[in-house]
Unconditional design. Structure first.
Length: 391
């Protein structure tokens, strides 16, 4: 009886105008892809979808209600575990990284840092089936539909071309995939066959992924042999120019009272902009043209700072010299996982501990803070971690 009712409900759903419209849209996508040279066999498997992927639709409309402080962002993206793992991966793939550095002129530590931040060195590349995700966004999201359709066509052509099999098209809900998270159109345009096997496989081939990342950064304006960023200090009460685009020679920054983080003076004519992500009382960074190339990968200054700092740490440079202006520092990934375990042990229902701080974990943190007489922020910081017994 229950299966009969479910079947009837499904039949009603499929017969609804919205479902019919979605199926018509998908049929149109199949026809358009076929006209662009994608085989019917690929299309029948790739676009075997009768209803939108609700998870993709939900993620596409979520507005970030929790703004991550910069000290939290860097604490989990550039923790000691990732630095240690990154150095090990760089030793393991040393010949590939050096070859990419030679061919494209991009510093191998930066190439590896992109790999580490994007997918934790290939371990977390995403689980959404791209054709279904992109068809959903094209036919049911009502936002940027032409963009999503273009990415879908590009993904299908990668399979038709023979670069990838269909079962490798898994990644983020928004279409980025592979070890260094290219969207399909960027993959089409900039991926390279760096291992020489005749295919550009950024999913299974580390060589192709790292070579393609180097090619991307080179095309984004990377300048061989030049710096990307270093930490600086600004004078007390500094209220002068800031911003990535507001570049000036190092000698000019020296005249404004800016020094390297260790107190040594600046000199020279290299052009740099000043970033103060936590204001003049926190760490400062002079960033160069190569930082802009990194920025283009994800168009967020916090992201480019994470890549740049991870590259520096893997190269042997120390942690930031200037502390963040907070009495409640961020947590590493190991500490975030431990915080979740502490919450579960005290009866908070957050699901399985995975180290990822989502709404359920933030709600539990806020409840724990309130129980302990702390302001209920919902933030995974050092204060609540210690209060719950973390070490």
């Amino acid at each position: 009886m229950r299966s009969t009712l479910l079947g009837a409900a499904l039949a009603v759903t499929l017969a609804s105008p919205a479902a019919a419209s979605f199926q018509s849209c998908v049929a149109g996508l199949k026809q358009e892809a076929a006209q662009q040279g994608v085989s019917r066999a690929i299309l029948d498997r790739a676009l075997d979808i009768s209803a939108p992927d609700e998870k993709v639709l939900r993620l596409s409309t979520v507005q970030p209600e929790f703004k991550t402080p910069i000290w939290d962002y860097l604490a989990f993206l550039v923790d000691e575990e990732r630095v240690t793992q990154g150095r090990a991966m760089m030793r393991r793939y040393d010949s590939i990284l050096r070859a990419a550095e030679r061919q494209f002129g991009v510093d191998r530590f930066v190439i590896a840092a992109v790999w580490g931040v994007e997918t934790d060195f290939g371990q977390e590349a995403g689980s959404s089936f791209l054709p279904h995700a992109l068809a959903t966004l094209t036919c049911a999201s009502n936002r940027r539909t032409s963009f999503w359709k273009g990415e879908l066509m590009a993904a299908l052509k990668l399979v038709q071309r023979g670069d990838l099999s269909l079962d490798k098209l898994y990644g983020s809900w928004a279409g980025a995939f592979g070890q260094t998270q290219f969207i399909p159109s960027t993959y089409q345009r900039l991926a390279v066959d760096f291992d020489g096997d005749g295919r550009r496989d950024l999913v299974s081939s580390v060589a192709d992924a790292l070579g393609s990342t180097a090619n991307y950064l080179k095309r984004a304006g990377w300048r061989q042999g030049e710096s990307w960023m270093f930490e600086v200090r600004v004078p007390a009460g500094y209220n002068g120019p800031t911003g990535r685009r507001n570049k000036a020679p190092l000698s000019t920054w020296a005249q404004r009272g800016v020094t390297r983080a260790d107190g040594s003076p600046l000199s020279g004519g290299a052009q740099a902009g000043l970033l103060l992500p936590a204001g003049p009382n926190g760490p400062g960074f002079l960033v160069f043209r190569n930082f802009d190339a990194i920025y283009s990968y994800n168009q967020a200054e916090s992201y480019a700072l994470a890549i740049s700092h991870l590259a520096d740490r893997m190269a042997g440079y120390p942690p930031l010299r200037t502390p963040w202006p907070t009495d409640d520092p961020g947590l590493s990934r190991a500490q975030r996982l431990q915080l979740q375990k502490l919450l579960i042990a005290q009866g908070y229902d957050i699901g399985e501990a995975d180290g990822k701080i989502g709404p359920a974990t933030r709600e539990a943190i806020a409840a724990a803070e309130q129980r302990l007489g702390m302001p209920p922020t919902g933030r995974a910081g050092n204060r609540i971690y210690r209060a719950l017994g973390g070490r």
